[in-house]
Design a protein around this ligand. Sequence first.
Ligand code: APR
Ligand code: PHB
Length: 385
Amino acid sequence: MRTQVGIVGAGPAGLLLSHLLHLRGIDSVVLELRDRDHCERRVRAGVLEQGTVDLLNESGVGERMRREGLPHHGIELRYGGSAHRIPFEKLVPGRAITVYGQQEVVKDLIAARLAASGKIVFDVPDVALHDVTGSPRLTFGGETLECDVIAGCDGFHGVSRPSIPDGVISTFERDYPFAWLGVLARVPPSTEELVYARTPRGFALHSMRSPEVSRFYLQVPPDEPVGNWPDERIWAELGARLESVPGFALQSGPILEKSVTPMRSFVAEPMQYGRLYLAGDAAHIVPPTGAKGLNLAVADVRVLTAALEHWYATGSADLLDAYSASCLKRVWRAQHFSWWMTTLLHTFDHDDAYGERLQTSYLDYVTSSEAAATTLAENYVGMPW
Ligand code: APR
Ligand code: PHB
C-alpha cells in the first residue's frame, strides 16, 4: 500500500489532518488502535476556541456544531462567596467559545472522511514506524504502508514519539498533586455559563453539553479510584463546592459517566524528526483547566496542512522544516495559560496560607481590573492564529 501522508491515530488531530489534506487533494491513510465506537464515545473536554470553530466551519464539517453547539460569551469565576463574570463580548469583541463535546467533533470528522471515501483503518494494535529519516513506512497487521511523510497523531501514549531515537527530543514537564473526576449527568445545567469555582474543599467546574446534559469536574487526589465516588457523594461534593454563592441551587440527576483524569503539563521539542511530524497530544499535554488540548491539536494540524500543501505544490520544504518552531509558540502560550488557570483555582497544600493569599490576590485582580480580565479572556477564547 502507498499513500502520501500516513497518519497514526484517529483522534481530533489525525482526523482533521486527513480531512484538511483531502480538501487540498493530498491523499492520506489513518491507522487507529481502537475501534470506531470507542473513538466516538470517549468523553473528553468540550470547549472550542473561536479559531477552531472557524476552521471547522470553513472546512465544511461545522454543520452539526452550528446546530447543537452552545456559543458562550463569558465564564464565571466563583470564590470567597461571590461570583464574578468575565465578559468576552466586552473584553474580546467578536470572539467567543462554543461548548461542543470533543467526541462530537470526532463523530463529525469520521463521518466526513468516510463520506469522501477516506481511508481509516480502526482496531490495529500493532502499528510501527520505520525509516522516518529515509523512506518512511508504517507496518500493521502484516501490511506495509509506504508514505512520503508520517504524521504522529496518536496521543500521549502512542508509538510515534517513542520511535524517535533518544537524544533527539527534549521534554519539559510539570505534575500536579491532584486529578479531576469528570462527571456527565442527564440534568439541565444549573447555570447559563461555565462556572470555575475555587473553594477550600478544592476546585469544581460546572460545564454542560446540551440543554439536557451537564458536565462537571471535581478536584480529587491523584490516582483517586473512581470507586471512591458513588453518585450521592458526587452530588454532595458538587453542592458543597458550587452552592457557595447566594441564590445558586444545583440540580442533580442520573449520572451517565464518570472517570478520573490525571493532570499533567508536557512538551516535546522539537515536534519533528526526519519525515515524522508530531501533532496534538503526541507532542504536548496541558491540564484541562482552560480546555486547550483539543484546540492546540487543531492549531498544529492547521500549520502542518499548510506546510504539506506548500511542499507538494512547490517542492520547497521551508514550511515543513519550520513546523515545530511555528507550532511551539502557540503551544507554550497555552502551556502557560493552562498552568496559570490550574494554579489559580486549585487547592494545593492546606498549610500553604501564603499560596492561598496569592491566589486570592490574583483572583481579586482578574475580577476587578479590565487589563487583567482581558488577559484571561483573550487566552481563553484563543489567541489569533
Ligand atoms: N496506534 C494507532 N493509534 C493509536 C496508538 C497506536 N499505537 N496509540 C494511540 N492511538 C490513538 C488513540 O486511540 C486515539 O484515538 O491515537 C488517537 C489519539 O487521539 P487523542 O488522544 O484524542 O489526541 P489528539 O488527536 O492529539 O487530540 C488532542 O485529545 O487527549 C485529548 O485533551 C486532549 O482534547 C485533546 C485532544
Ligand atoms: C468541559 O466541558 O469538558 C470542559 C470545560 C472547560 C474546561 C475543561 C473541560 O476548562
